[in-house]
Design a protein around this ligand. Structure first.
Ligand code: DAK
Length: 256
């Protein structure tokens, strides 16, 4: 059987492509383990500076595997790797970009939401249809949608299971950029290359600082930002970055 996730590299950018077309990239336990383990392995590696997660032209991911879920008992659900997958994903320090074309539904939408940015094809369709199956989003959908869209809109999409398209996602602040069909992956890779040109310790610190805004009060967030800033000031890369500016040359960041 082919790997459910294809992993490739382009310079400092890693690309993870979900590859279960026969099940519309439904997130199987193997797929989730491979995604989480790969991202965890990249985290301490300064050569991996940004990760793009993509599906195919037709589907990003159709969510958790409904067939497998339908056969799972309550006790099995408690022990299932899915319960730790989302926590592991949320702990990733490397900047991530979801490149979404076609359906991003249920856990697929939650996977995109767990990434730091979303580049979408104009064919992309997002939604949390769990309610139509008798469950509710369990991979962060209720929380991340409410934070991005606000309570009223999140409530509408979570209670109805209705989908929204890429343009609507852009208007609501969930999508960073909408790109013509066929160009979405390149656009996401270009954005990732730009992030990858930046010093990798500083991008990881910056990611932590921005995510802190969702977790804390403003004063605690500002305090957290100050500490992370001080860490950035302790890096060799910031010496190089400032020196390069003063010498009017391009910086060479080593991740130190
Ligand atoms: N799971 C399993 N199989 C799926 C699937 C899914 N989510 N989505 C599609 N498939 C399978 C179909 O059963 C079909 O299989 P065969 O009949 O060929 O064997 C094949 O993929 C092709 O599907 P369609 O014929 O439906 O393909 P279309 O192109 O016509 O439609 C579609 C594509 C994506 C619109 C449609 O397949 C669809 O609506 N899929 C279901 C979308 C959905 O309801 N997703 C939400 C799943 S629930 C948790 C955290 C998170 C979650 C759970 C737990 N914990 C922390 C514990 C998340 C839950 C979910 O995501």
């Amino acid at each position: 059987m082919p790997d459910p996730v294809e992993i490739s590299r382009d310079g400092h950018v890693a690309l993870l492509r979900l590859n279960r077309p026969e099940a519309r990239n439904a997130l199987s336990p193997e797929m989730m383990e491979q995604i989480a383990a790969t991202l965890e392995a990249f985290d301490p590696d300064p050569d991996i500076r940004c990760v793009v997660i993509a599906g195919s032209e037709k589907v990003f991911a159709a969510g958790a595997d409904i067939k497998a879920m339908s056969e799972r008992s309550f006790a099995e659900a408690l022990r299932h790797p899915a319960s730790s997958f989302w926590r592991r994903l949320g702990a990733v320090k490397t900047p991530t970009i979801a490149a979404v074309s076609g359906y991003a539904l249920g856990g697929g939408c939650e996977l995109a939401l767990a990434c730091d940015m979303i580049v979408a094809s104009d064919t992309a369709l997002f939604g949390q249809p769990e309610i139509t199956l008798g469950i509710i989003p369990g991979g962060g959908g209720t929380q991340r949608l409410a934070r991005v869209l606000g309570k009223q809109l999140a409530m509408e999409y979570v209670l109805t299971g209705r989908r929204f398209d890429a343009d609507m996602g852009l208007r609501m602040g969930l999508v960073n950029k909408v790109v013509k069909k066929g160009k979405w992956l390149q656009e996401a890779m270009d954005l990732a290359q730009t992030v990858a040109e930046r010093p990798p310790i500083a991008t990881r610190l910056a990611k932590q600082a921005v995510l802190g805004a969702e977790e804390t009060s403003l004063s605690a967030g500002l305090e957290n930002e100050r500490r992370l800033y001080e860490l950035a000031m302790a890096t060799e890369d910031r010496v190089e970055g400032m020196q390069a500016f003063l010498e009017k040359r391009e910086p060479k960041f080593e991740g130190k």
